[in-house]
Design a protein. Structure first.
Lengths: 371, 371, 371, 371
């Protein structure tokens, strides 16, 4: 049966209905959706800006990338098929490097998902691989001289970032290091960002490069196969994402936010970003309620996000039910009891967030006010 | 990174290691593998003989079909892309109808999986859709006159089966019914089998047609998207499969078994097939142990298969801990206590298996000997 | 700390809060609560009328029995400590056989739970063991002549039932059989009911005795240790219960319903009872919705009860996605597709419920109307 | 049925069998068992040395405490019923304060569990409550003058520890503080230990007191109801335990270890103890395997314990797949990739363990050698 509409409709009904039942115990598809709160002034857009399809060396049609993105609750994706690497060319002799974008765009019709035209510039190191996104015409980047490629990307108003600078196939020791050429690209405004996370890898050194050179940080899946297999429900996992703090959910706002360095990276229960972004991101995920009034104050903290926050208590008060390091589990309510010595009408607590990083080895500090 | 070998190796290590740990509580990938025992004289081959890829109207490259099959523990698959329906022809102008077979074959290299060359003859009803498998050259079937297509298939030694005769797009009331043309195909030996299960649909009427005309029964996924999404772990599910009882795991033995009608269908906790196949299939899934010796005899029944068997007690003895209908859950041990009135050195129990069918509304009866 | 009130309050808060969170994935305490619908004219009261505490040979104080009952969502319990068997008498030399009732009553204060004064008459077979419930003074039953004990129970207006007539310690072959003495008790109105289920045992013969002699059927836990260990969450289990169909939730209505034989038994995914009770019980658990209008009609069946109903299709229509035996899982929505041949404005479906019994080997038939 | 032996035997069989099946997915009873490794020179005994039964203000018979201990994999328990508080005295007018010990001892017969005679001295603050364990005769402690009680305990060779010094019923602000009287008890050798954890509470201040005055630290459940309800499987939880590092599993060795301060406390994914005990405890839980040889070295770390270890990387090498803080989940294998710059035949890694404490706010540092 190639006309599967009937089947799809039924599946949809099934999911909707079972969510509606109070006591359903089955896992629902939407348990995959990544959840983080907006912060004051900005929408928090969950983005994966590096992925592949059969139109270069991936294993799926662009439509699957759209469905995966919807299941993961993403706001924006860019399919960045290789410009220069076309292993399926015997079967797909496609000359048009905008084709995966077009097909993805079609597949996303009617969905609340931003699809960005992108392509991967695939060169030996240096410069290595780089993604150009927000392209007008990817075909114009398909030329030999890579400096010309970067310049064409700029001409089109693209945002260009260095992919997996720590990739061991191009950097044997895995230590991201800036070559002369990269400095030149940066100084010419041809390189705007850098992946500090790619798939299941992370680089402290890439993060340091971003800080030193004011580059936008990104974390992307670079998926070739299936998201579910690479980051399966069974593993309790999710793909890495770039969190982009944009004034609204639009391609233009997203582009501006990336240019203005308003991104953070979420992977493997770790958040990375500037303190001015991470602190409100974490604080707004937490809903704090006081229970009664007492010298040993009971406080309920609901964590409305996908991160388990590992906290170190910095406040002057010790806790009655936790040592000074404890965890606020994702989507759970944690009860803490604070020894305030006397009954206080309000007080605040400070915590270092040990699984969040503002720089290699540096953690943001959040504050929780109890009123 | 387009060279993902390192990543794949690591994943493999991860799975192997965690299985080795005694107390691992996570779901492992291999929980998807479908399990049924061999029966005396035959290997039980788990087969999915109807599926699609980007080479017709599917959403994945053939390589994904191979990985899905391995995860599901299949023994054989056939990718049966449409001969006549090519919605991706703008991007994949492939003239070669053997191509998905070739690509799947490549992807399966080194795996213990039989890949069969197949194609879907895609016509209005009658005859509707039919799969020809064990083809030599699918291209030769790509011609206008469908009678010629069926004859060419026969010339190549193909096994041909009628797909989803109950498909509502071609049979509005969903009631499979044999047209004159089908009778002709059958009488000429051009139609050898019939799907009684396609995706999540089942047809009692198709089963009756198979019985009336001695056709091989099949149950296949007809997957276009992703197996995991259609039959997800979250749903506790598995794809429908055709169980083929072959003298060995080889393409030739598989073909012969299909010709000789030695198949059963497994879908949605239901087994369908001839009693001479279903009875040993179920009996060999059960390992029976007596515990001590007593007037109320304790018997342990381990169910080493993926089916929950719903049993109706037909024996002269009543049970001490179950009513006359009860379930042997898949991969669990059920304890039954049999009131044999006196201590017996051996006795046997008879059960009707209510979720297994030998014909519409008819159930096989199994016997369990306790010694 | 012997004053645990603070701790208990906190626990309560914790549970309430986490239910409120949309994405909480943890099992909640209330997943144990047994759920069945009321039926026209009657409340369905979930009762366990046979259990023990430290006041005879049990292992817990009566307060634990109250908490267990609340967790299981019970409406009524009776603690039926042995009159004659007092293994803890060295430590608890209690002469008062009403004491476990008094302590349970205290512990249940403020809870919506009916606590019934009961006691177990503990004799050799015949008559074997029997529970007298709705007692005024259990002490008056503590005398030698058992006929006098049964008469005293009657004098107090008690309801008396035969416990585990199939118990292998008193009936070696496990086959419940009525002795002369039981007939006498029944004819004198001294024996009103019979356990067909006790703990994890069931007796077809006891059910037949109940039918032959018009006795009220019961299924009880007879728990001595902990309910959670005997019927654990880990096993997905629940204790056996007697479902009593009473005009309201009150001790008087409960007593009357038992006298008038309005009970059913729920154990091990099996329901037993008269058709006039089982049929509405099952039908009212199912919420049926039609989806669109079609020749192959999609019907959604929500099962709002704890039973997985194993159905056999008796209607004239075959199904498009199930064979003639299939299961409506507890607390899930099952989609069935009915081949009605033409679009019907309304139609009805008949099913035999294979895991429900009105007599040994006999099943009730339910009807579902689709409008 | 008061003779439940048959039932218990069956249950046992059931558990054993299902563990034997390769694909069993149910939770098994023994998933509750707390697991920590022995350390060089010592057995790691898991102990709960504070609990109650119906013989003071608890809700269960001592037999239940034994079964709970076996399920939790404990090596030793002491039932410490209150000497002075007897709310069940109407029903259990027991004069013998050794009785819960005797009953527990009987119930533990044949089990590999050390049962220690203990009692809780239950006084206003100061001194508050204290447990005396390893008693010869608890009755001799049942006298008015509490100084005499402590002295009698010492005379009997008991080990005495201060219970929940931070209990808000006796210390309103929850801040444990040593009174003059406690100093006197310590100086006379009448107070040997201190609970830093009681039920779900923890006290940094109590830990500091232990360090300042060289007291043995303990963490106990103080359970009155049911362990499963207080620390349920549903919550993924376990009771707090005192880990005692003894030269062998015997009452004498246990007593000696407690006297010599060789204890640690495990509660709520937190370990507390001296570095010389915690460091080997954590290091021996980890089995480290190198995979191949590379500049970016893959290392597999199996965590054979119940603790999720939250690690901070202190070594000179950064990781290829983790930031500098990451978690080794309990009973799982974590793969880390170490950027050693060159291929090394061996190297070592240092980590601070953030959920382990050697003093308030202080963490132990472990070392892992990769060879």
């Amino acid at each position: 049966m190639y006309l599967k509409k009937a089947g799809l409709t039924l599946l949809f009904i099934s999911v909707v209905i079972s969510i509606g039942l109070a006591q359903t115990t089955e896992l629902q598809e939407n348990t995959r959706a990544i959840e983080f709160p907006d912060i004051p002034g900005y929408r928090t857009l969950k983005c994966d800006l590096h992925m592949h399809t059969v139109l270069s060396d991936g294993h799926v049609w662009p439509s699957i990338r759209i469905q995966e993105a919807m299941k993961d609750g993403l706001d924006a994706i860019s399919i960045t098929d290789h410009l220069e690497y076309q292993p399926h060319s015997d079967d797909i002799p496609h000359p048009d490097r905008n084709r995966s974008y077009q097909l993805a765009k079609q597949a996303a019709e009617g969905q609340d998902l931003i699809v960005i035209n992108g392509a991967e510039i695939t060169r030996a190191m240096p410069p290595g691989h780089a993604n150009a996104i927000f392209l007008e015409d990817a075909n114009k980047l398909n030329q030999d001289d890579f400096m010309e490629v970067f310049r064409e990307a700029k001409r089109q108003g693209a945002f260009v970032f260095w992919n997996h600078p720590h990739w061991t196939s191009q950097q044997k020791d895995g230590v991201a290091s800036l070559k002369e050429l990269h400095l030149q690209l940066i100084s010419e405004g041809l390189l705007n960002g850098i992946e500090i996370v790619n798939d299941d890898t992370y680089s402290d050194e890439a993060l340091q490069i971003a800080l030193d050179h004011n580059l936008t940080i990104l974390g992307n899946s670079d998926i070739h196969g299936l998201i579910d297999w690479q980051y399966g429900i069974a593993q309790g996992g999710h793909r890495p994402v770039t969190l982009v703090f944009a004034i609204e959910k639009s391609e233009a706002a997203l582009r501006k936010a990336m240019e203005e360095r308003r991104t953070a990276v979420w992977f493997n229960n770790t958040l990375v970003g500037k303190p001015e972004l991470l602190v409100p991101l974490i604080e707004h995920a937490l809903v704090v309620t006081r229970k009664g009034k007492s010298q040993v104050q009971t406080v309920l903290i609901e964590n409305h996000s996908d991160a388990d926050y590992i906290l170190k208590n910095l406040s002057e008060y010790t806790l009655h039910n936790h040592a000074s390091v404890f965890t606020l589990k994702a989507h759970e309510t944690t009860i803490i009891q604070v020894k305030t010595l006397e009954e206080l009408s309000s007080f605040s607590l400070q915590f270092k967030v040990l699984n969040a990083f503002t720089a290699p080895g540096m953690h943001p500090e959040i504050s929780i006010t109890v009123e």
